[in-house]
Design a protein around this ligand. Structure first.
Ligand SMILES: Cc1cc2nc3c(=O)[nH]c(=O)nc-3n(C[C@H](O)[C@H](O)[C@H](O)COP(=O)(O)OP(=O)(O)OC[C@H]3O[C@@H](n4cnc5c(N)ncnc54)[C@H](O)[C@@H]3O)c2cc1C
Length: 483
């Protein structure tokens, strides 16, 4: 019997679990994928939105502003890459000026400090590579950047280090009230708990509708991106947005926390919530729109394209709190589309407190703050590298040459409390395979290290779980027709 179970290990579920780990009790996170951050939380723009965009008075607006204000300190505590380059929202016609003025008014109502409406000439002075047709812009100095999956991993590690159990490849199929609380029926048996929090992202409504009389519809809205090599000279110091549309915040050009350039996303409603394929039409659309911001944009140095899925609830706000119409102990944080990453620290604190309070759980005396993660080898000075090598000679073996990732860092990523189990898990925790060659050189060594650490055979190692195995057998053991 668990006190509280969190369903879904995205950034929201992990932030709630991390907050719960400060209380006495038995907690678990059930996640259908074989790693944390496998939903929206791994594929998004990574912007810490300041809070000017959400409609004043909504949960979205309140939690966005609060979460963004918490983010810098949270990232410093956990050792997660964070930056605050600022942003501009650009208007290219006088008709769009009204939207810029409205966003400015909203920034005041939502409590966001420092925003200003600037004329085109000032915008161009700040960002000379901008399309000179820019009419005016909203300058948002407090807009930030965060690595979304590194934040999720760090929150999950902190929760696990403080006793929260993570059950991966465990999908909640049915939720049922019991005499003492709730039964969560999964593909791996039944989990009983006194309370649960549904954070199942794009699948959240499926679970909600089983126990609530207020039915919800969550639409899967795909966003496709280009990611450019960090060797490409950055043409902008800030995140460059265009005016938002009915479908979202529009196409942006932005640096990432690791110095790459991100272009996208599209906004397309799709029937399959797991369809993260990119399409030539989608990417062409993103590029055409981004060229309005920067007509000279070239994608010659693209190293990968990817897509993420937004969980858009038709009501337009986050669905957060007690599940309406269900008995006590049923909580949810679903329909968390953008700015959900920015809001996650605030959602974690608020929902975690709410769920713990409902069971009258006591604060722990022995919560151990986790982190910060050690500095990556690629960011160390030569002296720090020497010291790291003297502590651990595996710092002397570079596995990923593009991103300068060492064997010591890969082994540590596998040994973390919620450690990597496959090649993409290593990639997102260490950046091995994130560079120009996209794992062409380092994957074989990463496979070997995974085998050594986890006692697997190379044929069992997957790229991202399920059937995504890279190797099918040894050539000299195969029948001629299989080769
Ligand atoms: C294209 C795009 C761009 C975005 N840009 C930004 C941005 O710049 N800034 C920002 O603040 N926000 C942004 N967002 C929004 C942000 O990514 C999300 O708000 C956030 O990641 C939501 O986190 P989550 O934990 O609710 O969902 P998810 O990360 O999707 O996590 C849900 C988890 O639940 C699991 N799950 C689902 N069903 C079950 C089940 N039945 N049993 C067990 N587990 C289950 C899933 O596998 C998944 O891991 C963007 C989103 C997208 C898609």
């Amino acid at each position: 019997m668990y006190d509280i179970i969190v369903i879904g290990a995205g950034v929201v579920g992990s932030a709630i679990a991390e907050h719960l780990s400060r209380y006495e009790g038995r907690f678990a996170v059930l996640e259908r994928a074989d790693d944390v951050a496998e939903g929206s939380s791994k594929a998004n723009s990574g912007i810490v939105h300041a809070g000017y965009d959400a409609k004043p008075g909504t949960d979205k607006a309140r939690l966005n502003t609060k979460g963004a204000q918490m983010m810098k300190q949270l990232c410093a505590r956990l050792g997660v890459p964070y930056g605050q380059p600022g942003a501009m929202v650009l208007a290219f016609s006088e008709a769009d000026r009204a939207t810029i003025e409205k966003l400015y008014e909203q920034s005041l109502e939502n409590g966001v400090e420092g925003c200003r409406v600037i004329e085109g000439a000032e915008a161009l002075k700040m960002e000379p590579n901008l399309n000179p047709d820019v009419v005016c812009a909203l300058h948002v100095p407090s807009s930030g950047l965060v690595s979304p999956y590194e934040l999720t991993h760090a929150l999950a590690n902190s929760a696990a280090a403080n006793g929260v159990e993570f059950r991966l490849e465990t999908e909640v199929e049915r939720i049922e009230p019991t005499e003492t609380g709730w039964a969560l029926h999964t593909n791996r048996g039944v989990y009983e708990c006194r309370a649960f929090v549904n954070c199942a992202g794009v699948f959240g409504a499926k679970l909600h509708n089983q126990i609530s009389d207020r039915k919800l519809n969550i639409i899967a809205r795909r966003g496709q991106y280009y990611l450019l090599d960090h060797e490409t000279p950055l043409r902008f110091s800030m995140t460059m947005f265009q005016v938002p549309t009915r479908m979202g915040k529009g196409v942006l050009i932005s640096p990432t926390t690791h110095g790459n350039l991100l272009v996208g996303p599209t906004a397309e409603d799709i029937p399959d919530p797991l369809d993260t394929t990119t399409t030539s039409e989608g990417l062409a659309d993103a590029l055409a729109k981004a060229r309005l911001t920067y007509p000279g944009l070239s994608v010659r140095s693209v190293i990968t394209t990817f897509a993420g899925i937004r969980a858009h609830e038709e009501g337009g706000d986050f669905v957060i709190g007690a599940v309406p119409g269900a008995k006590d102990g049923a909580f949810e944080a679903i329909g968390i589309e953008s700015p959900g990453l920015s809001a996650a620290p605030a959602i974690g604190e608020e929902m975690g407190t709410w769920a713990a309070y409902s069971l009258q759980l006591k604060r722990k005396a022995d919560f151990v703050p986790y982190g910060p993660m050690p500095k990556s080898f690629s960011h160390m000075s030569n002296r720090e590298r020497q010291e790291a090598y003297e502590r651990d000679h595996e710092y002397g073996r570079i596995v990923c040459r593009c991103e300068m990732v060492t064997e010591a860092e890969i082994r540590r990523a596998i040994r973390e409390p919620v450690g990597a189990r496959n090649i993409d898990g290593v990639k997102r925790r260490t950046r091995a395979g994130m560079g120009r060659c996209q794992g062409g050189f380092c994957s074989p060594r990463v496979v070997q290290i995974l085998c050594e650490e986890l006692g697997m055979k190379p044929e069992e190692v997957t790229k991202f779980g399920g059937a995504s195995r890279l190797l099918v057998g040894k050539l000299n053991e195969m029948q001629p027709e299989d080769k």
